[in-house]
Design a protein. Structure first.
Length: 348
């Protein structure tokens, strides 16, 4: 009972914080938000990786709401499709790592022993409870993160996230963007699920259009961004994700970056690729007009020799010169590029 009560308090607090206009927070005299010099003196951005996933279960409305409250410039929902062609926010095409699908639908796994979102309708997906991410053996990926049993967390639709962000923008006067990723585009093609076309249609329905739209579409796919740009005619900003796998090595060469510049606006490389080149990859990308948004920065998963996340973030933002980055800890990144402006939760 005590744990459940504490869980409800955390969720209510996250939603209340997210709903408050920024200038109405303690210490501010104004009732409505006005641009603050701390937030406008540089153009580096903070991308809330799966929401405020360092504090609340990833890809849930409370996690997105908390990330908004902590000052994110962009909220990142990963997207997969349901059997009835609805976009939902989920990091994987599988369900068992972050939901209780095994107990609710034990007979719905495929021959490989996994539960696929593509086999479920939206109504079925919304029956599931979302939990902190677990490994195949059931142990937690991040043992020290949110410890509640997670009753009440649900898988949100993409529409719900967009509507929440846009509503909070209207309330606060801020202009927070969205940064959706199309997950496993080849898988969705094989399943007959039109994830790219559906995403573009939903973005258009919510008014995202043109080169200045407050959105970045990202993908690890080798072809689907070009398909959206050239075959579907989208001029929305796009980011080519680049993992540390050898299959992506050609993309970080001068020729590879030049090719990316033909259809995308930037790259989202694994951060180790930047560290390995001592920032050289950033310079190569910038020389071809590409933005650089590396991933993923975590206070509870630091590289060897780094004591605090702040130190790592400063190195990437100011020494290597990245334009933005993906982090599970929005508050720490905001504090680094906008000192003194936002609260933080992670202990110093």
């Amino acid at each position: 009972m005590v744990r459940a009560h504490g869980f409800r308090i955390v969720i209510v607090l996250a939603l209340i914080l997210a709903a408050l206009p920024v200038a109405a927070w303690p210490g501010s005299e104004a009732r409505h938000f006005k641009a603050d010099p701390h937030m406008t003196k540089n153009h580096k951005i903070v991308i809330a990786h799966r929401g405020a996933s360092g504090y609340l279960p990833e890809h849930t409305l409370p996690a997105y709401a908390m990330a908004y409250a902590l000052g994110a410039d962009y909220i990142e929902p990963d997207l997969v499709m349901t059997a009835d062609h609805r976009l939902i926010c989920l990091h994987d095409i599988h369900l068992e790592s972050t939901t209780d699908v095994e107990s609710q639908f034990p007979a719905r796994k495929r021959a490989d022993g996994r539960w696929y979102a593509a086999d479920f309708t939206l109504d079925e997906i919304q029956q599931l409870n979302v939990t902190e991410r677990t490994k195949p053996d059931g142990t937690r990926v991040f043992p020290d993160r949110f410890k509640a049993d997670a009753q009440g967390f649900k898988v949100p639709t993409f529409d719900a996230v967009v509507e929440m962000v846009q509503s909070l923008n209207r309330e606060s006067g801020r202009d927070v963007g969205i940064y959706p990723e199309t997950k496993a585009p080849e898988f969705h093609d094989d399943e007959g699920l039109p994830i790219e076309r559906t995403l573009l249609d939903r973005l258009a329905a919510y008014g995202y259009a043109g080169r200045d739209a407050k959105v970045y579409i990202q993908s690890f796919g080798f072809d689907n961004l070009r398909e959206m740009r050239e075959q579907m005619g989208s001029d929305l900003p796009m980011i080519q994700l680049i993992s540390d796998a050898p299959a992506y090595d050609e993309l970080v060469t001068p020729a590879g970056l030049a090719t990316i510049a033909e259809y995308a606006d930037g790259i989202g490389p694994d951060k180790q690729r930047i560290a390995d080149t001592h920032g050289g990859l950033v310079q190569l990308a910038h020389a071809r007009g590409l933005k650089v948004h590396p991933y993923t920065f975590r206070a509870d998963q630091l590289p060897a020799g780094t004591r605090r996340l702040e130190d790592e973030l400063r190195r990437y933002y100011f020494e290597y010169g990245v334009d933005g980055l993906f982090t599970d800890f929005t508050d720490i990144a905001v504090e680094v590029i906008h000192p003194g402006y936002r609260p933080r939760l992670y202990p110093r």
